[in-house]
Design a protein around this ligand. Sequence first.
Ligand SMILES: [Zn+2]
Length: 305
Amino acid sequence: MRQPAQRRAAEVALSIDVEDWFHSENVKRGVSRDSWDRCEPRVERNTMRMLEILDATNTRATFFVLGWVAERNVNLVREIAAAGHEVASHGFAHQLVYSLSPEAFRQDVSRAKALLEDIAGQEVRGYRAPCFSITPWAIPILQETGHAYDSSMVPTAAHDRYGSLGTIDDGSDIAELGEGFHEVCVSCLRFSRRGIPWGGGGYFRFVPYAAWMRGINVILAGGHPYVFYIHPWEIDPGQPRVDGMSVFNTYRQRVNLHRCEERFEALCARFHWMTIGEMIERRRGGAVAIDPAILPHAEAGASLS
Ligand SMILES: [Zn+2]
């Protein structure tokens, strides 16, 4: 078990989008939707490894589980819930929200929520859109279908697939969009109102670890919460290579996969993480503890590249 010299109490939430390598938008051109059931399943192994890391570092997280995965990995969802993590929804079929009709979206999120609640035995409060493809008309539908928060907004212009919620794109990190319904933005390093995505994914694998930590420190020192996300396939350098992908998408899918597990473990050990549900509750209760101290040099994972 990794024991960093100083583990920080800060307003930081950890989230994991539970999908398999072939659900990634990056490989869409090479792996058609109707071939998913013929792809090598690796999500259970990778998610179990993440659960081991979370357990070893005494870390809790929010798991946004894809309904398609939950249906085929019932015991995995039960393991996540039994370990004390928050089970939330990544929708059912991993289709970009703004590509769906409102009615198709309603059916997708309702199906996923009911399935996950049935398996996990706990209320599913949170939703994260596939590839952060949120759009304003989806918010009332999430409310109507019983969700309490969305965490799909990345306040950046630096990504070709992300969606947007124009009305709250004002630099808020956590916003109450309706009575009892919150938006929790995934973190960016902000320059004026827009920022560089600094919440995870390919950015976390591409940027050197020490620089990534400095960026988190800048975010926290500015009085902002920090929301991180990762996918189980990002710690799996053995995932199949896919023909027919563009050079750019191959890079986005595969950059530094072999370094990601140790970086993730170091990051887990660096802070006292909370779930996204807890982050909202702490805000509502006014009990927000922000530690803007500058990171010490001897930090967990300082030797990682
Ligand atoms: Zn996804």
